[in-house]
Design a protein around this ligand. Structure first.
Ligand code: ZN
Ligand code: ZN
Ligand code: ZN
Length: 785
């Protein structure tokens, strides 16, 4: 008994275009003998499915259970239609390939790691793509990095120059094939090729991959062109080799990412949680920051002063091939490799071949390159696991440009949800930009530090290319309040209304946008630096926030940021400023021991500047307090790269610690004053008494967590609220995040934090866009009302 025939229409929204969704539906329907069709719509896909009711039900179950790996369905609606007559010969299922709708969002998906099916073919000697380094299908391969324009079709990608051979073309045109409309489809006969070259660009004879693997095994440094740009690669298990790389380049001490052959090897080098492993294996294949065991076997200079190591596993076929060859060369399997973005300090990622040879010929012994052009350079993403979420610290390859929904429940009387054509240009360090339209935000990949002219050019190009790709025309531009940020100046010269959003408000708005929470909430926004409405350098802020508005309820007591930019580099400066605030006029004698390594003349100048207020703006920066404590504990004298001291302090903190130093939150006319003065005095005394550094570091973290939680609890009580949102670069510190969240939850408050975008300045553009949209849509609502 087959049951009655029904016809059902399913409307799906989400990431269902360009991910092999239609062929998948076709195969499923055909397998079950059902009729109907599948097609794309402006925001997703539509399926009409016809057959016996029980079989249609089986189809619907299997649709979700067997969804292709890159597909995501965010919304589904269905309705029953009148069945139509089956054609003579039985039911037929079609794929509608029409792209008639001019308003549809282009099918742009993130780049995805090589899938298991392609991997099996890569190592199958009978397969026509055996050992072919550019194998891919609709479930994997380059996407965003190779798309020039829309509609997303082969001529619009950097694959246009490769004409498909008959075999590839057959696969590409067959709806039943895994490579149906896989735009980068290629094989050894028709697709891109690898070459191994000397620094003078002459080609090295022989098979490129085995030769490159042999050079790596010997301890040489290679520049390798991958999906989004060039890496510098070398053995990660030999200190002499890694030191050699640092001497030639990368002197700034930044931790280096390590690629290992597979998950099993990854377990040797880090203590991985199941969620870490899931992230490593995901199509996004990010760098995952994981705890480093005592003796990992990795060269010590990979991540000096860090308790974590950034690991990833191969995500491009060329990586898999290199490791397969390395495995044959090493006595204990394939050596781990440093795989670090090949960019000169402060420059954007190197991705053009000419540029690579020009800038890396003194660094790399050889270049493993290919002739598939990278159109959109994109760095590896960096993530960490917190409470089951894999949270980006740097959001780039594998994540961008996946849209983020920005919707708030409508309050009575509200006319619309936010979101009409806003371009947000972000902050300055860790720049990203955001396009907000139709309740969806496209957050760009990490673009780098805009204070460098090269990165600024890259930023301008990225905005142009992103807007062109999405056919986006902004009605307004949102930027930071800082008048000197290059992003702010860029916004000012566009011929558009400008909405300036205060930096710390933008951080909290990014959390509200992610969670769809319309507020008001209490916000804790903590970072190194952000321009305040009073002209001071803000950085530890207690705010009352709605998405579009905020009120400052309190902040860390101001201390002078003496020496301008030098104050963010030389860690003795904030230490001296805080000791000066704690001890008053006697500060130099009281703190003589800890300040012993600072030249007395520098301290004289410091005192003069601090007392005269010369080049010494007031700051409430929590980032600088971390620097100060790292200095007092003898962990870091200079930030060679951003947050080096704070990372060293986090790494030093060991053991559970629930005993904070005294710290206070005092209400006053100008709001809550958060003070760490007494804590600093306590730390200085404990250092003098020879207390173990790991315990002092842990106690300091606990103190900051208590201070922040106490302030938030008091603010919640005085405003009758029970939700706290936390954001800002300081919450990339897992220990601090964990303790603040735990302390607030123990007070029965609900806590929101960034899960899909970075808590640091890489998430600010989303907050700016959301805040500006909210202001435009709700002109009469503010956080205070
Ligand atoms: Zn594949
Ligand atoms: Zn081919
Ligand atoms: Zn910030």
């Amino acid at each position: 008994m087959k049951g009655e025939t029904i016809r059902r229409r399913l409307d799906l929204r989400g990431q269902v275009q360009g991910v092999g969704f239609r062929p998948f539906v076709y195969r499923l329907a055909t397998e079950l003998g059902l009729g109907g069709y599948v097609g794309n719509t402006s925001n997703g896909a539509v399926i009409e499915i016809q057959g016996p009711a029980t079989t249609v039900a089986r189809f619907e179950t299997a649709l979700f259970e067997r969804l292709p790996p890159l597909a995501r369905v965010s919304e589904l609606s269905s309705k029953d239609l009148d069945p139509v007559d089956d054609p003579v010969g039985g039911p037929v299922f079609d794929i509608h390939t029409s792209t008639a709708d001019p308003f549809r969002r282009p099918e742009v998906t993130p780049d995805a790691a090589t899938c298991p099916d392609c991997l099996a073919e890569l190592f199958d000697p009978r397969d026509c793509r055996h050992h072919y380094p550019f194998i891919n299908c609709t479930n994997c391969g380059p996407r965003y990095s190779i798309i020039r324009s829309v509609p997303y079709d082969r001529p619009a990608t950097t694959m246009a120059v490769f004409k498909m051979c008959p075999l590839c073309d057959t696969e590409y045109s067959d709806p039943r094939d895994r490579r149906f409309h896989a735009q980068p489809n290629a094989c050894p006969r028709c697709g891109p090729q690898l070459r191994l070259c000397r620094p003078d660009r002459s080609e090295i004879d022989g098979e490129p991959v085995p030769a490159a693997a042999a050079m790596l095994q010997e301890g040489r440094i290679l520049a390798i062109k991958g999906i989004g740009g060039y890496h510098l690669a070398c053995r990660a298990d030999r200190e002499d080799v890694v030191t050699g790389l640092r001497q030639r380049k990368l002197r700034d001490g930044k931790p280096l990412a390590v690629m290992v052959r597979d998950i099993r090897t990854a377990r040797q080098f880090a203590r991985l949680t199941p969620r870490d492993e899931e992230a490593l294996r995901s199509p996004a294949a990010p760098i995952v920051l994981a705890a480093k065991p005592g003796n990992s076997g990795l060269a010590p200079s990979i991540a000096p002063g860090c308790s974590t190591v950034g690991l990833m596993i191969p995500y491009a076929p060329v990586h898999h091939l290199l490791f397969a060859h390395l495995a044959g060369l090493g006595p204990h399997g394939a050596a781990p490799l440093v795989m670090t973005s090949a960019n000169l300090a402060g420059h954007p990622l190197t991705y053009r071949d000419d540029e690579a040879f020009d800038s890396l010929s003194d660094v790399a012994d050889a270049f493993l390159i290919h002739d598939r052009e990278i159109f959109r350079p994109i760095d590896d993403s960096v993530t960490f696991t917190f409470r089951g979420d894999n949270i980006p610290i740097r959001r780039a390859r594998g994540y961008a440009p996946r849209p983020l929904p920005v919707t708030w429940p409508r309050a009575a009387g509200d006319t619309a949800a936010p979101g009409r054509g806003i371009l947000a240009v972000g902050a300055e360090l860790k720049s990203t930009v955001c396009l907000l339209n139709n309740r969806e935000a496209i957050l760009s990949e990490h673009l780098g530090d805009l204070s460098r002219p090269e990165t600024y050019r890259h930023f301008v190009q990225a905005i142009d290319r992103l807007q062109e790709l999405f056919g986006f025309r902004p009605a307004a531009v949102a930027c930071d309040l800082h008048p000197q940020y290059l992003s702010t100046r860029y916004a000012a010269q566009l011929d558009l209304p400008v909405v300036a959003i205060q930096h710390h408000h933008a951080h909290i708005a990014s959390v509200l946008a992610e969670h769809g929470d319309p507020g008001p909430v209490i916000g804790l926004s903590c970072d190194g630096t952000g321009y305040g409405t009073d002209g001071a350098v803000w950085g530890c802020e207690l705010l009352l926030c709605s998405p579009g508005d905020f009120k400052r309820l309190g902040h860390l007591e101001y201390f002078p940021l003496v020496g301008g930019d030098a104050a963010a580099i030389e860690t003795w400066r904030p230490a001296a400023a805080l000791l000066r605030s704690a001890f008053g006029t006697a500060w130099r004698s009281e703190a003589a021991d800890v300040l012993g390594k600072v030249p007395p003349h520098d301290l004289d100048v410091f005192e003069w500047q601090a007392s005269a207020g010369v080049n010494a703006p007031p700051t409430s920066s929590l980032g600088r307090v971390f620097d100060a404590v790292a200095f007092l504990l003898g962990l870091c004298d200079r930030n060679r790269h951003e947050a080096e001291a704070a990372m060293a302090l986090e790494a030093a903190a060991a053991g559970p610690e629930v005993n904070p130093y005294p710290c206070d939150v005092t209400p006053g006319d100008e709001g809550f004053k958060l003070s760490l003065a007494e804590a600093l005095v306590g730390i200085q005394a404990d250092v003098r008494a020879g207390q173990p550094i790991d315990r002092l570091a842990a106690r300091f973290h606990e103190t900051v967590a208590h201070l922040l939680a106490t302030a938030a609890v008091m603010a919640c009580e005085s405003h009758g609220l029970n939700t706290v949102a936390v954001s800002g670069g300081c919450f990339a510190n897992r220990r601090l995040l964990e303790r603040v969240v735990a302390l607030l939850e123990s007070e029965r408050l609900s806590v929101l934090y960034n899960r899909r975008v970075p808590a640091g300045d890489g998430g600010v553009a989303l907050g700016q866009a959301a805040a500006a949209a909210w202001q435009m849509e709700n002109p009469n609502r503010s956080a205070g009302s």
